[in-house]
Ligand binder design. Structure first.
Ligand code: ASP
Length: 457
């Protein structure tokens, strides 16, 4: 009888566990990450308040967070090579559409720079990193300080070496060396752009196999990002619980301090994104097209919802094209050129976020950024957002370039990784909205905006 009960109990339990597992599998990734974030928080707080398991967290949980961050760093160089070479080489269309291409790229770069500037203004006014106590900032600095002495020397060298040194540093003398060090990513960007431009000029029979090769590699890398994002919940759980245990020691109020700073940081990014949509996009629409804000938002609502739930401009692209054509009256000729290009190189939300994140990490690590550093952020975040693929998490991978350029330890990404997915969802909405705005502007400037043909959604 006892035996029977136990086996029945086990069966019931395993059925419940199976049901729970199936249910978990059905949950979308962002929900899983949110749950992992909460679980990591709770685990971290329990660890430090009971004092039972800080060692377990540090030695057996935190390493998975480090593995997750390493994976992100691992794919950064191949990602830049493949996505930039494919992206630039596809500009061979620009030859045919040189006027439209010039206008499109010009507006894309301009809106990206404005987005970074908005982000920098917000983060310099709100100063979310300084919501951490001085003591905590010192501690974070020393926990991430593996490279700090080296960085300080590099920074000194940098100051001594004259204002154009950054241009010299951008040009690699050896590709293998450039690819072997994540700190030299800008050199890889330079090589990829040069390679892509040269590829455009090569005879078609030689060019096509090369382009196909790199676009194949690009697909593989995107697949790898998919895999890595699948373990993101584990990575986030490990990172957040490890971080809390590490920085809070035996004092939970310090963990709360860290969370407060993260909340301020997230609010700063969100404020910047909202300002960019309402100040920049609505003004552009108003001055350059006749589309009313209400009609615009109604027309691209499905696009924004899809971008929010997939965190991927690329995945949203087919819907972006359909909605801009059917609901906003953009001609197919324009949308089929402007939007695919935008999904790869125009990421205003991503660049704004990168600016805020870089300054936040510097503030949290108690590092002062000069005006020249902030200009460097504008330059590198523009390049990094152009180089970022339109897939979940790509913006955070490319953030490494920005941090390296201003000599902030890239380990600082651990501070923001936990809230990244949620911010990714929001910045992707801005990315696709920006693409749609520019498509309307270009269509209008070519007299191809069919306002009367709009189909209300
Ligand atoms: N998820 C973003 C996009 O697809 C890129 C990023 O910022 O990570 O547009």
């Amino acid at each position: 009888m006892f035996y029977f009960n136990i086996s029945l109990l086990l069966r019931i339990n395993s059925a419940t566990a199976n049901r729970a597992a199936t249910h978990m599998k059905k949950l979308p990734l962002h929900t899983l990450i949110l749950l992992a974030l909460l679980a990591g928080l709770i685990w971290g707080l329990i660890s430090i308040s009971t004092g039972i398991s800080p060692q377990i967290t540090t030695h057996y949980i935190k390493p998975f967070g480090t593995i997750f961050v390493n994976l992100l760093k691992l794919i950064a160089i191949p990602l830049i090579l493949a996505s930039l070479i494919t992206g630039v080489a596809s500009l061979s269309d620009v030859k045919k559409l040189s006027r439209i291409g010039g206008k499109t790229i010009g507006i894309y770069i301009l809106t990206t720079v404005v987005a970074i500037a908005i982000g920098l203004v917000c983060v310099n006014i709100i100063r979310p990193g300084e919501k951490l106590t001085g003591e905590m900032r010192q501690e974070l600095m020393s926990s991430f300080n593996t490279n700090i002495e080296k960085n300080a020397t590099t920074a000194d060298d940098f100051k001594k070496s004259g204002p154009l040194q950054f241009l010299v540093d951008m040009v690699p003398s050896n590709l293998i060396t450039a690819c072997s060090d994540n700190r030299l990513m800008l050199q890889v960007v330079f090589f990829s752009v040069l390679f892509g431009v040269a590829l455009i000029g090569v005879a078609q029979d030689k060019r096509l196999p090369v382009v196909n090769f790199f676009s194949g590699v690009n697909e593989v890398i995107l697949r790898m990002i998919d895999f890595i994002m699948k373990i993101a919940p584990i990575g986030v759980f490990a990172l957040i619980s490890g971080l809390i245990v590490e920085v809070a020691g035996d004092n939970p109020s310090r963990a709360i301090n860290l969370l407060t700073a993260l909340l301020w940081y997230s609010m700063t990014v969100l404020l910047g994104l909202l300002l960019h949509i309402f100040l920049v996009y609505l003004s552009l629409l108003r001055f350059f097209t006749k589309i009313k804000p209400g009609d615009f938002f109604k027309g691209i609502r499905p696009v924004q919802l899809l971008a929010f739930s997939t965190s991927s401009s690329s995945a949203t692209l087919p819907v972006t094209m359909e909605c801009t054509e059917k609901n906003l009256g953009v001609s197919e000729e324009i949308s089929s050129f402007v939007l695919p290009l935008g999904a790869t190189i125009n990421m205003d939300g991503t660049s704004l976020y990168q600016g805020v994140a870089a300054v936040f990490i510097a503030q949290a690590l108690n590092m002062d950024l000069t005006f020249a550093d902030q200009l460097m952020i504008v330059l590198t975040a523009t390049l990094a957002s152009i180089g970022a693929a339109g897939v979940p998490g790509a913006g955070m991978v490319m953030l490494v370039i920005v941090l390296e350029a201003i000599h902030v330890p890239i380990e600082g990404i651990a501070l923001i990784v936990a809230v990244d997915r949620i911010l990714d969802m929001c910045r992707t909405v801005v990315n696709v909205t920006g693409d749609a705005v520019v498509a309307c502007m270009i269509s209008k400037s070519e007299d191809r905006l069919n306002l009367s043909g709009q189909v209300s959604s």
